[in-house]
Design a binder for this molecule. Structure first.
Ligand code: WT7
Length: 661
């Protein structure tokens, strides 16, 4: 880790805790809540293994485990010897329990097309597609890349993969061909499942075209399965070209196939999926999750954090391309036999009331979204939600970044009608499931605080030296293994050890977030302490954007930082030194932005680029990001005494102010 690391324990508690408002759960909510007995925290803390084993017993196992947890720091195994299948837990067991006619998926396409699938129909579709995958030669342990529009088939693809014991690696449809290619190569995937296109703000996102570009450098790919997004729309050959022998339409693959598919019996520790996420180097990490522990974690947290009941209509607005989609669109809700809403498109398509129209149309009861979306809704104004009937809502959730108290209050007032609970849930791709969160029937919430750890999770605050902080600032850490924790990084166990288990000792998990604990033991997240940005709830490494920039022929050197942004939380700012003989221009600036967008995906496109002749560096040559961030934020400059040439920052800041005006 580099210069960005500031020890948050230097902050005094007064720096943050101006928030005094408190919202205890209402009596009505409390009395009906799935968990309303405070003693669970103590019970779980005393004997976490028994507590987690009790959760695991609510799932369906074809063979029971012989040991709950084996902890050889920093490697954990859960429910050893147990056998189960994730798709069986999400589908078959509900159908067996008489829920075949219950609605599983309420799907809304961006143009307004819609589909409903019952649990029986979903099981049939998953089984048929799983048979199709087997027909293509996919076997247990094979990796499959999923690069899909947000249609029911994105979910079907994952569950079918899990059914036959293969491993899915979902890549968000907004990532570029090159990002997709990197992920396919790292996982040595055999197959890509994609769509011809998906809708985003009325425009077609040409997914298959990107796949074709990606697989040129992916020799392990044998086939590409392509969903036809709309049977009535056929794209021209230059937008979607099917290579014969390699590419197969989804509907043709499943034609005539049996809707019964024998599930693969998986060991609890067999891999369920890998999901790539950004770190502090240019290369994303394939986070590995296994079957039994992950399913236990997402099942338990869905039931208690969202207080899920049989009649609920649960809508998580994430894309399946992110961990939130994996855990709280697919595996958590479906293992709980929930009815879920899935929406394909943007919140402002065709107008800024779309989300609220969907809440009204499907009578959504639980709504889970990100602070960046809430801040956008605030900006658009409350007249949009006021046009729709939101009275079915009974619980709201937030995830992805710290929620500012102002956004929390707006959410509470205009979406929650000032009477329903908000759960601000902290977790990560790596943790698999929610870790720090209110329990809506128990926890008095404070706007901006994720409150306390979920029962059975041991979160603490440590300072740089690893000493426990009772009240004040520091780093959040997890001191005991938990079932849904990542097991390793795909093909790079050393990186797993170095990144997460080496800050203090091999037994303490380091998530990379700064945090404060108040006198009542409430957690307040402060954001990342490493070189990772959080742009609109998406994690992007500064190093990834830097290497994309340096990849351009005119760029000699670059340094990337996040600056504060009203809606996105953080926005990307790049400082660029061009090669000798190149003259910076507005055209070049636009070209560089476009280059990053093409290399990584539109989410990584820098908001600002500043050409500079020099970068602030320490005497040992490290770029001082902290100062660059101050420049980007327009703040007074931090300590420059370790700078080789202190004038560099001052001139950078002046320039920056000039372009901002
Ligand atoms: C990082 C994880 C977990 C799903 C979405 C993002 C930040 C996430 C919160 C929250 C404060 C949060 C952290 C974390 N984060 N939720 N409720 N309060 N910060 O998953 O891409 O793995 O990113 O998102 O910084 O480390 P991810």
């Amino acid at each position: 880790m580099s210069e960005k690391v500031v020890d948050p324990s230097n902050l005094s508690i007064e720096d943050l805790l101006h928030e005094q408002r408190k919202f205890p759960p209402s009596k009505e909510f409390q009395s009906q809540a799935n968990i309303n007995d405070e003693s669970i925290y103590e019970l779980a803390a005393k004997d976490p293994e028994t507590y987690w084993a009790n959760w695991a017993k609510e799932l369906k196992w074809s063979q029971p485990w012989s040991k709950v947890c084996e902890w050889t720091p920093p490697h954990a195994k859960w429910f050893l010897g147990g056998k189960l299948n994730a798709s069986v837990n999400c589908l078959d067991r509900h159908v067996e329990n008489g829920l075949g006619n219950k609605t599983a998926i309420l799907w809304e396409g961006e143009p307004g097309d819609s589909r409903t699938l019952t649990y029986q129909q979903l099981l049939d579709e998953v089984s048929r597609f799983a048979n199709g995958l087997r027909k293509l030669g996919i076997r247990k342990g094979d990796r499959i890349a999923v690069y899909m529009p947000m249609t029911p088939e994105a979910i079907i693809a994952c569950l079918a993969t899990a059914r036959i014991g293969a491993v899915h690696s979902v890549v968000f449809g907004g990532f570029s061909a090159e990002s997709l290619s990197d992920r396919i190569q790292d996982a040595s995937a055999k197959l890509v499942i994609t769509g011809d296109f998906g809708w985003r703000r009325g425009k077609k996102v040409l997914l298959k075209q990107a796949v074709d570009e990606a697989v040129v450098t992916c020799p392990t790919i044998t086939n590409i399965v392509v969903l036809k997004r709309d049977q009535k729309i056929t794209l021209a050959d230059d937008q979607c070209y099917m290579v014969s022998g390699r590419d197969v339409w989804w509907h043709e693959l499943v034609e005539g196939l049996d809707s019964v598919c024998e599930p693969e019996e998986m060991d609890s520790e067999d891999m369920l999926f890998t999901l790539y996420t950004s770190g502090t180097t240019g290369k994303p990490k394939g986070i590995v999750h296994t079957t039994g522990g992950y399913m236990t974690g997402v099942y338990a947290t869905t039931k208690w954090v969202f207080d899920l009941k049989p009649d609920d209509v649960f809508w998580c607005t994430a894309d399946v391309g992110w961990i939130t989609g994996h855990s709280y669109i697919i595996y958590g809700p479906l293992s709980n036999a929930a009815t879920i809403v899935v929406y394909e498109g943007a919140p402002d398509a065709p107008d800024k009331g779309r989300f609220w129209q969907i809440v009204e149309k499907y009578k959504v009861t639980i709504f889970y979204t990100a602070p960046t979306a809430i801040r956008a809704f605030m900006k658009w104004g409350e007249s949009w939600p006021q046009k729709s009937d939101l009275s079915t809502l009974r619980l709201l959730g937030s995830v992805g970044e710290p929620i500012n108290p102002e956004a929390w209050m707006w959410y509470h007032k205009y979406i929650g009608g000032e009477k329903i609970p908000i759960v601000d849930t902290w977790w990560q791709t790596e943790t698999g499931a929610i870790m720090i969160t209110p329990l809506p029937g128990l926890t008095t919430t404070k706007p901006g605080s994720a409150t306390k750890s979920f029962p059975g999770i041991s979160a603490e605050v440590l300072n740089e030296k690893g000493e426990k902080v009772e009240a004040g600032g520091g780093y959040v850490c997890i001191t005991k293994p938990w079932p849904s924790m990542l097991r390793t990084i795909f093909n790079d166990d050393q990186r797993y050890v170095d990144t997460y288990w080496s800050k203090w000792n091999k037994e303490t998990y380091f998530p990379g977030d700064g945090i404060k604990k108040d006198e009542e033991g409430y957690f307040w997240f402060l954001g990342r302490v490493d070189d990772v940005m959080n742009v609109a709830g998406h994690r992007i490494g500064t190093a990834e954007v830097e290497s994309a920039l340096v990849d351009h022929e005119v760029v000699a050197e670059s340094a990337v930082v996040g600056k504060k942004h009203d809606i996105k939380g953080e926005a990307i700012v790049a400082f660029v030194i061009v090669k000798e003989g190149i003259t910076p221009s507005e055209e070049l600036l636009q070209e560089l932005k476009q280059h990053v967008s093409k290399k990584i995906g539109p989410i990584a496109r820098p908001e600002d680029i500043l050409f500079t002749a020099d970068l602030p560096k320490t005497r040992s040559g490290k770029i001082m990001r902290r100062l660059l961030r101050d420049v980007a934020d327009g703040k007074a400059l931090g300590d420059t005494t370790t700078l080789a040439d202190p004038t560099v920052v001052e001139s950078l800041r002046k320039k920056y102010e000039a372009i901002e005006e």
